[in-house]
Design a protein around this ligand. Structure first.
Ligand SMILES: NC(=O)c1ccc[n+]([C@@H]2O[C@H](COP(=O)([O-])OP(=O)(O)OC[C@H]3O[C@@H](n4cnc5c(N)ncnc54)[C@H](O)[C@@H]3O)[C@@H](O)[C@H]2O)c1
Length: 277
């Protein structure tokens, strides 16, 4: 049985930010492997839409959903308590929620994405969701995995920008002076690099309790971005293109199953070879 170790029957995976582009793919990956999923997101309208889309292709019995804000510990504890009351044990936690800081188009007047101008409230919000949120969810769900001795898996969704700096030339607008050029904000690099540190810490902390932790670092997913941006980014990638949204599913299946039983504390970079150039 070559794929026996990928079988997730009897397991339940909770995904944060599950209503987004990749969250849905992570959910589909686990469902394909036979797991139940708990979709969580801060946005209940998007969450229901995600549920409806997944329920068309997978047995709805295996799909649960809870509104959950990863930046609020009490919120996370409430969801954990509800799941516990319903006899749902979380075997897999995918820390995926993030606020993707869009590169602004400020009409060249004041570019808030630039480091010199970057607002502290945006820094605090983005760190609270993308990094502190992963810590809080690991604290609640990871601790429960460790406590009952059955172990589990924590997968942190980082980014190729956890291993290299954003190439700000990708966002450059020829008509603007240097001090008004939009950039990929500093928060993204800090959060994603921090997630790799969290991954390594968790990988050792509960290793003796059977909890493994790894990070997955995807490269950019094609999602109808402008042609100019797509061409610029593709030219930095040896495979010559951005990722398709479903190309990370098999890595999620590997990292969330016994197939990766000896993989712990790693950052798996899937970037079409970009970091090799
Ligand atoms: N899409 C890409 O090209 C790409 C590339 C590399 C890494 N990633 C990473 O993959 C993950 C998913 O990205 P995506 O493209 O699906 O993003 P997305 O913006 O489509 O989804 C993010 C989800 O997080 C939710 N969210 C925001 N704040 C929240 C909070 N406080 N609590 C709970 N949920 C909250 C949003 O409602 C949204 O549904 C992110 O960590 C992102 O940084 C994405």
């Amino acid at each position: 049985m070559p794929f026996e170790k990928f079988d997730l029957a009897g397991k339940t995976g909770l995904i944060t930010g599950a209503a987004g582009l990749l969250g849905m793919e992570h959910a589909a990956a686990l469902l394909e492997s036979g797991a139940k999923v708990v979709l969580t997101d801060i946005d209940d309208v998007l969450l229901k839409a995600a549920y409806n889309r997944l329920a068309k292709n997978y047995d709805p019995v295996n799909i649960l959903m809870n509104v959950m804000d990863v930046s609020l510990l009490e919120n996370i504890r409430r969801v954990a308590e509800q799941l516990w009351q319903a006899n749902v044990r979380i075997d897999i936690l995918i820390n995926n929620a993030a606020i993707d800081p869009k590169v602004n188009d400020s009409n060249g007047v004041f570019e808030s994405s630039r480091l010199e101008n970057f607002p502290i409230d945006q820094w605090n919000l983005q760190v609270a969701v993308g990094l502190t949120g992963a810590f809080l969810c690991s604290q609640v769900f990871g601790a429960a995995m460790a406590k009952d001795g059955k172990g589990g898996i924590i997968l942190n969704i980082a980014s190729d920008l956890s291993v290299f700096s954003p190439d700000q030339r990708l966002y450059r607008k020829t008509e603007l002076p240097d001090d008004r050029q939009p950039v990929k904000p500093v928060t993204y690099s800090v959060i994603k690099t921090g997630l790799v540190g969290l991954t390594r810490y968790l990988a050792t902390y509960w290793a003796d309790r059977g909890v493994r932790s790894n990070a997955l670092s995807p490269g950019g997913v094609f999602n109808e971005q402008g042609e100019d941006f797509v061409n610029r980014l593709s030219s930095l990638i040896p495979l010559g293109r951005m990722a398709k949204r479903d190309e990370y599913r098999s890595a999620v299946q590997f990292l969330c199953s016994e197939a990766s039983s000896y993989t712990n504390g790693q950052n798996i970079i899937m970037d079409g070879g970009r970091s090799s150039w």
